[in-house]
Design a protein around this ligand. Structure first.
Ligand SMILES: [Zn+2]
Length: 95
């Protein structure tokens, strides 16, 4: 998962603002799971829209999206390494 700093930088690049409160709220350790719950995206999105306007809501959704991308990117690397290690274990040549 990208660190808070990465989220802040991305928001800055996109909007010229950090939206630090949004990213800290989403990644708050005690609530991390429910706040990354994709089924809550509409509910939380509306909440952020009320508080920070449409741009804030977009940055919230972007945060979830970037986390998923980070996760899947990482997952893919893990699987590739696992396959490689397994091939090596069985003495197969790398193609
Ligand atoms: Zn996150």
């Amino acid at each position: 998962m990208p660190s808070i700093e990465k989220h802040l930088n991305k928001s800055m690049e996109r909007t010229g603002k950090e939206y630090r409160e949004i990213h800290e709220w989403i990644d708050e350790p005690n609530h991390k799971h429910e706040r990354h719950d994709i089924t809550k995206i509409l509910e939380f999105g509306r909440m952020f829209e009320e508080k920070y306007g449409e741009e804030g809501a977009q940055e919230y959704i972007q945060h979830i999206h970037d986390d998923l991308n980070g996760k899947f990117g990482h997952l893919l690397e893990d699987v590739e390494k696992m396959v490689k290690d397994t091939l090596t274990y069985f003495g197969a040549k790398q193609s």
